[in-house]
Ligand binder design. Structure first.
Ligand code: NAI
Length: 401
């Protein structure tokens, strides 16, 4: 039986994550619509459904089967739901929100897992007046590592996180949503006090660009054999760990300052070390240092730096989402909040400047200020009319100002 209140769910996007979410929701008795406006995904899903449907293979050997009840590319049809769940890369949130917002019934919950940073402001902006009647929710991370094996037919779940934080606007909606999603998606979702905890506490902004920077600042154009591709998490060195700790403490210091000056609870904006232990408690063998915690986390076992294949071997993939998503939808958000409260961010500036150079983007000027032709692509609060800390906190807490 579907859990009360959210019987009709629209899943947006037809990637890896959507393939996992659909059979889970169908098996919980939800009526699932798949909104897949991208490329020919809807057609491919319909064909797959006719050929036997979708199965999710979990790492413990469990197999779940279940296809969407409706596959559509029509936003009006897709918006007819109690809950809209976006499980797509952050750059797809904008187009999806734009298409769906004119059709959303009042009271629908609209959210993203993972939301990355600033989803809540983008969503409230896309659903202006009506946004006040919507519930916006933000999931901290995708609960699964998962890969499609056959489009619309088979997905493999390689690992599951122990728990995922979830915040909402208005904040008091978070416990009921976390409770529903815990049952529906079979992962422990826990309620966070406000969406700023998710946006500032987005750990992907620290770990992904931080490790990419740590590895690639020493890259001199080598072509690697498969065996030489550097390990990503388990290759973290003392030097990279210092980068991660600095990024993380610049963000945690901002959160502490905001919490001192405004009535907002940001205690769960965690340091990278705290987050690692919380997310992977039982998978880490040695927590004595950050380097050891990364290197001995079994869930990270064997995961490598994102690479591209060339005729001679492998080179780093500078177009990886670890740079193209986690900077404009992560680290730049934090940099933008720092601007509001004049908080120093030397390490954040250093990492953004180096990484954005590698992806040919200009987000900061030479003094490290937010300026540059590509800044418009970044999901920073200032783009949604939020220019000071009071308004940032007010909107995050559900006051629309
Ligand atoms: P994916 O790459 O499989 O998803 C891509 C899908 O997004 C496309 O298939 C399409 O349906 C949709 N999309 C792309 N551009 C669009 C547009 N302009 N308009 C509408 N839809 C569009 O991504 P995946 O693997 O499902 O991941 C989703 C999110 O979860 C990403 O942010 C990813 O970084 C994160 N994540 C994924 C993990 C995994 O193991 N797959 C693990 C941890 C996080």
């Amino acid at each position: 039986m579907a859990t009360t209140g959210f019987a009709r769910i629209t899943v947006c996007g037809g990637g890896n994550a959507a393939h996992v979410v659909i059979p889970l929701l169908v098996n919980r008795g939800c009526r699932v619509t798949l909104y897949a406006p991208f490329a020919d995904e809807a057609e491919r899903f319909r064909e797959a459904a006719a050929g036997g449907g979708l199965e999710a293979l979990f790492f413990n050997g469990r197999v779940l089967r279940g296809s969407p009840h409706l596959v559509t590319t029509d936003p009006a049809e897709a918006a007819e739901a109690d809950l809209i769940l976006m499980v797509v890369p952050a750059f797809a949130h904008g187009p999806l929100l734009k298409a769906l917002s004119p059709h959303l019934p009042a009271g629908t919950a609209v959210g993203a897992i993972p939301s990355r940073s600033g989803f809540e402001f983008q969503a409230l902006h896309a659903i202006p007046e009506r946004g006040k009647k919507q519930i916006i929710f933000c999931g901290q991370t995708l609960p699964w590592a998962c890969r499609i094996e056959s489009y619309g037919r088979k997905v493999r779940v390689l690992g599951t996180k122990e728990s995922v934080g979830l915040a909402a606007i208005p904040p008091e909606s978070a416990p009921a949503l976390a409770d529903f999603l815990s049952k529906a998606l079979e992962v422990n979702f826990y309620a966070l006090p406000n969406s700023l905890t998710v946006s500032l506490g987005n750990i992907g902004q620290v770990i992904h660009p931080g490790i990419m920077y740590g590895v690639l600042k020493h890259y001199r154009g080598e072509v690697w054999s498969e065996a030489e591709i550097p390990l990503f998490y388990q290759g973290v060195t003392e030097e990279t760990a210092r980068v991660l700790e600095d990024l993380s403490s610049e963000i945690v210091r901002m959160a502490a300052r905001l919490a001192r000056e405004f009535p907002v609870d940001l205690e769960q904006v965690l340091t990278v070390g705290q987050w690692l232990v919380r997310a992977y408690a039982r998978h880490i063998e040695d927590r004595s240092t950050l380097v050891r915690a990364f290197r001995t986390n079994r869930s990270y076992s064997g995961l490598k730096l994102p690479v591209k294949k060339t005729t001679d071997g492998y080179i780093p993939d500078f177009e990886s989402r670890y740079l193209t998503e986690d900077i404009p939808f992560g680290l730049l958000f934090s940099r933008a909040v720092a601007e509001m409260i004049d908080s120093p961010t030397p390490r954040i500036n250093e990492v953004i400047t180096a990484c954005s150079g590698w992806i040919n983007k200009h987000y900061l000027d030479q003094r490290g200020k937010l300026a540059g032709p590509d800044l418009k692509e970044a999901r920073i609060p200032q783009h949604y009319g939020i220019n000071d800390a009071l308004r940032l906190i007010t909107v995050s807490l559900g006051g629309y100002g």
